[in-house]
Design a protein around this ligand. Sequence first.
Ligand SMILES: C[S@@+](CC[C@H](N)C(=O)[O-])C[C@H]1O[C@@H](n2cnc3c(N)ncnc32)[C@H](O)[C@@H]1O
Length: 382
Amino acid sequence: MYQLFAVTQPGLEAITRQEMLSLGFSVHKPDPRSTESGGGVEFDASLAELYRANLYLRTPARILSRLGQFDATGFAELRSKAAKLPWHQYLNPSRPLAIRVTCHKSKLYHSDGVAERIAGAIGDSFRQPVSVVKFDEDEDKNLPQLVVVRLSHDLCTVSVDSSGALLHRRAYRLATAKAPLRENLAAALLLAAGWKTSAPLMDPFCGSGTLAIEAALMAGRIAPGKNRRFAFMDWPSYDSKLWQRLVNEAAAAEKTPEAPILASDRDAGAIKLAQANAERAGAAAYIQFTHQAFSAMQPPAQPGWLVCNPPYGVRVTSTHDLRNLYAQLGHVLTALCPAWQVGILCNSSYLVGHTRLKFPRTLSLVNGGIPVTFFMGQVPQP
Ligand SMILES: C[S@@+](CC[C@H](N)C(=O)[O-])C[C@H]1O[C@@H](n2cnc3c(N)ncnc32)[C@H](O)[C@@H]1O
């Protein structure tokens, strides 16, 4: 069995937990005392489930596998205890590795010093020195093996990353328009909004198409990780036959979405990029892209979900008065989308207030370093 931790963006833990439960993963109950429960979800898994987590999960950032946990209050103790961990199951000592350390309320608080002792311990275990490099999250090729160490109240938890490049890198989005959403955040917004894949989905501010593409992948049951490499593929334990069997199973479960997915943007360049991204994701056939202003939207008769992140004036500069844009959005939704569910990602409740719609549910998040809120509500019936 593997003890795993699905790292997720703070604010998304409950959504990731829900996603994992719906896929049948054995997630642990959130522990209010555990500092680890913030920022992710713990679960136990077989090797196949570890692969499935990377293959299927849409909302986490990466999946860590825990090697061990022990108390350590001094460097010598840290090194000798860490040297006993089962590194051989995970690491190749001749490949570079990166060690990421966080220290919280512990006697060992110097993260570089801790990283040095952990590198020493790995070298002791393999009886050869290891080369330690930086881990660049923006890279997705030739990444080093990543070891994650967390010291909290003198308790040291050591994990190895099984994902490699961040999980939002689904290998489809080469082209981005202005201020794109991360793929895993887009998927999380769709789940938070409660979108049912049997109902229509519209994004009238689609930019590079992330929300619509994630929706099409969900509705088409397309596994987000099927076309990419993962760090576990370099582990000595890697079972390529098992992985291939899981990928084949995932491919066999794909289906044509039941309801329309509509994406539009007033920027012709964005629509081109979005279409190219959808092609690469294998989802182009499932999305109707239209080059138009949101005011020209033509929603399907059956009410569905409208999920979007309109410009909000921090990452996207607009000469338009954003207050008017939100007021107009409110008018258009009230006139054209009665009874639709609406989810709007924005950094300003003041702007969203101009829609004059009610948003009884909100979710606080960070998008591109900016605190934002996902506002969820329903357009009233006439
Ligand atoms: C924050 S971006 C959306 C990013 C998108 N979610 C993604 O992942 O790439 C906002 C988008 O709204 C579009 N937009 C701005 N005003 C618009 C309008 N009046 N009608 C339609 N689209 C508009 C912009 O062209 C831009 O692509």
